[in-house]
Design a protein around this ligand. Structure first.
Ligand code: CUA
Length: 310
């Protein structure tokens, strides 16, 4: 599902088209050069064949085929690629845009939905976007340089500490897409992924207000919250409507409704969640979350609580 050659929007489409034309041109040039080489090696010279080229004509052929033609082809590609870059990195204005702040962390993505300058909802490692509406991403980093790349939607843009880089794109086909950090950022860089869920605008408009509200914990989950508050989880994680207000790790207010854990590394099942809490390093070597030793009934209560947060 993560593929630059399966475009889900106009920006990715322009990039994919350029890639296919470059591939076709490379194949044509390779076939021509190999054809000439074969003729040169095995063509032989028959007694009744044409006269060999005079040195002057041979030089003309080398200069035309080896310098003039390649220069024109390369200039053509440079101009075309610059024009695609300009179009893809354009930031169109419009009132209807969905503005999302994305902040790279070692090794996960903070995804915040903005209303003006205010964060109104959070869905770390899982970006929901509406079909057919322009999305504007304000990209930053909390630590080192990362690179935000959703190949099915647009080109990559670096997330740089102390700087906000913006990008805009539109999805024109629904689907669950995968994005990946594209700049080596240490440790489990390769496991710093995110999902992008492209849904019909009406579904997105119903989803966002639910994310804005504090979660409703399930029945009989008070003990799970106690474990969460007593065992150090609160120092790094935030759960809306509770005293847990940590900012170092992902917001867990709606973790029960998310598809993956650990930045799209594991499916969000009760078994994986339990394994992750007990030993993050075994699931994602180098992850910054420490292991949390819990008794079986503490773990059980914590899992019931977290799973109920939808
Ligand atoms: Cu973040 Cu690589």
């Amino acid at each position: 599902m993560q593929s630059a050659l399966n475009p889900h929007g106009p920006e990715a489409h322009a990039i994919a088209q350029f890639w296919w034309v470059m591939l076709a041109a490379s194949c044509a040039i390779f076939a021509t050069v190999m054809g000439l080489l074969i003729v040169g090696l095995f063509g032989g010279r028959r007694a009744d064949g044409p006269e060999p080229l005079r040195p002057r004509a041979a030089w003309t052929l080398v200069i035309a085929g080896g310098i003039v033609v390649p220069v024109f082809i390369l200039i053509g590609f440079v101009v075309w690629s610059a024009s695609i870059s300009r179009d893809v990195s354009a930031l169109p204005n419009g009132d209807d845009q969905v503005v999302i702040q994305v902040i790279g962390h070692q090794w996960w993505w903070e995804v915040n939905y903005l209303d003006g300058e205010r964060v109104v909802a959070r869905s770390p490692n899982e970006m929901h976007i509406p079909l057919g509406r322009m999305v504007r991403v304000r990209l930053g980093s909390a630590d080192v340089i990362h690179s935000f790349w959703i190949p099915n939607l647009t080109g990559k843009v670096d997330a740089i500490p102390g700087q906000v880089n913006e990008l805009a794109f539109e999805a024109t086909a629904p689907g669950v897409l995968r994005g990946q950090c594209a700049e080596f950022c240490g440790g489990p860089h390769a496991l710093m992924s995110l999902l992008v869920i492209v849904e019909p605008a009406a579904e997105f408009d119903a989803w966002l207000p639910r994310q804005r509200q504090a979660p409703v914990a399930g029945a009989d989950t008070a003990r799970g919250l106690d474990v969460f508050l007593a065992r150090g989880c609160r120092d790094c994680h935030r759960i809306e409507g509770t005293p847990a207000d940590g900012r170092f790790g992902p917001d867990l207010s709606h973790i029960g409704s998310r598809r993956t854990l650990a930045a799209a590394t594991l499916p969000n099942t009760i078994g994986h969640l339990g394994g992750w809490i007990l030993d993050p390093d075994a699931n994602k070597p180098g992850a910054k979350m420490p292991p949390t030793p819990l008794s079986p009934d503490e773990l059980d209560a914590l899992l019931q609580y977290l799973r109920s947060l939808e």
